[in-house]
Ligand binder design. Structure first.
Ligand SMILES: [Zn+2]
Length: 295
C-alpha cells in the first residue's frame, strides 16, 4: 500500500478482521493519490478466504481468481461518461445473488459522483438493506456532487494526500533522474500524477511552460501565437496550467487565479469531446491569463 494511505488501510483491515466494516464506504480524496488501487486492494482483502491481518494469503482460490482479474464476486462500475441506471441495475442484480465463491461480494464504483440521479436512486435500496457479506466501495474526488441520500448511507473515509516532502520521497524512489522542485510543487499531494508526468516524453518541459505563461501575463507574448506554438501539447499545457493557477491561488489567495482554475477545469472537460478545437480552447485560457485581474 502507498505509505500515505497505509494508516487508513490498516485501520479498515482491522475492522474487517473484527467483522465490523461498514457495508458501504465512500472513499474520497484528491486526484493522483491512489484511491482506485486502495479500493481494489481492500476488495481483494475482503474476498480472500484465508487473510492474515491486512495481508491476503495469495494462495486461496479467491486470491488466484483476483490475480487473473476474473473473480466472479468482484463487480466494478466504471464509465468514462455518466454512470447510467442500466449499469447500476445490472450490478445490483449480481450483488443480490448468492456469492459464487461462497464468501463476500464486493462492488467498486469508480467516479461515483458521475452517477445520474436515477442511478443513485437505483442504488439506494441496496445501501439501505444490504445482503449479507456484501460491500460497496464508492470512489470520488467530488463528494459534493453525490446525492445526500447516498452520502448519508455511506461511511465516509477521507484518504489523505501526502505532503510535498513525502510526495518527493516517494516519487524519487520510482523515478530515475532529476526532479525540478518547482514542477513537483504543481502536483503536491498527487504523487501518482507527478510520477506519470515525469515519465512522459519530455519534448515540452516545465521551463518552456513557465516562460510562456509569464510572457503572456506580462504582455510580452501573444496568447493566440503561443497557443499555436503549443498546439501539439494542448492537453498537457492545460493540465499544467490548471495545477499552476490552483497553486498560485493557494499561495496568494488572489481570486483571479481561482477563476482561471475553473476555466481550466471546464476546458479539460471540453477537450474530451472529439472535434473540439484544442488550440482555440488553449488560446482562450491564455487570453484570460493575459487579462488577469487579481480580485
Ligand atoms: Zn487468499
Amino acid at each position: 500500500m502507498y505509505p500515505w494511505l497505509q494508516p487508513t488501510f490498516s485501520q479498515l483491515s482491522s475492522r474487517i478482521s473484527a467483522n465490523k466494516l461498514h457495508h458501504a464506504l465512500l472513499l474520497q480524496g484528491a486526484d493522483g493519490i491512489g484511491k482506485d488501487i486502495f479500493a481494489l486492494t481492500l476488495a481483494k482483502l475482503l474476498l480472500c478466504q484465508d487473510r492474515q491481518g491486512e495481508q491476503t494469503c495469495g494462495r486461496c482460490q479467491s486470491c488466484k481468481l483476483n490475480a487473473s482479474e476474473t473473480h466472479p464476486d468482484l463487480y466494478k462500475i466504471e464509465s468514462e461518461k455518466q454512470i447510467g441506471v442500466d449499469l447500476v441495475r445490472e450490478a445490483i442484480k449480481n450483488l443480490t445473488g448468492t456469492a459464487q465463491m461462497s464468501g463476500a461480494k464486493v462492488l467498486i464504483i469508480y467516479r461515483a459522483d458521475s452517477m445520474t440521479e436515477s442511478s443513485a436512486n437505483a442504488l439506494l435500496k441496496t445501501l439501505e438493506e444490504p445482503t449479507d457479506n456484501t460491500f460497496l466501495l464508492l470512489i470520488t474526488e467530488k463528494p459534493e456532487s453525490i446525492l445526500p441520500t447516498i452520502l448519508s448511507r455511506c461511511e465516509k473515509q477521507v484518504l489523505p494526500s501526502p505532503s510535498l516532502e513525502n510526495t518527493l520521497d516517494w516519487v524519487k524512489q520510482h523515478h530515475q533522474g532529476d526532479i525540478d522542485e518547482n514542477f513537483a510543487r504543481l502536483f503536491v499531494g498527487r504523487p501518482l500524477t507527478l510520477l506519470d508526468e515525469l515519465q512522459q516524453e519530455q519534448s515540452f518541459n516545465y521551463q518552456d511552460f513557465i516562460t510562456g505563461i509569464q510572457g503572456v501575463m506580462t504582455g510580452n507574448l501573444n496568447a493566440i501565437q503561443l497557443a499555436t506554438d503549443w498546439q501539439s501539447h494542448t492537453g498537457k499545457v492545460i493540465k499544467w496550467l490548471q495545477a499552476w493557477v490552483k497553486q498560485s491561488y493557494l499561495s496568494t489567495q488572489k481570486e483571479g487565479f481561482w477563476r482561471i482554475n475553473l476555466l481550466c477545469i471546464a476546458a479539460l472537460k471540453k477537450l474530451k469531446n472529439p472535434g473540439v478545437n484544442k488550440t482555440l480552447t488553449l488560446a482562450e485560457l491564455l487570453a484570460a491569463l493575459a487579462n488577469f485581474e487579481s480580485n
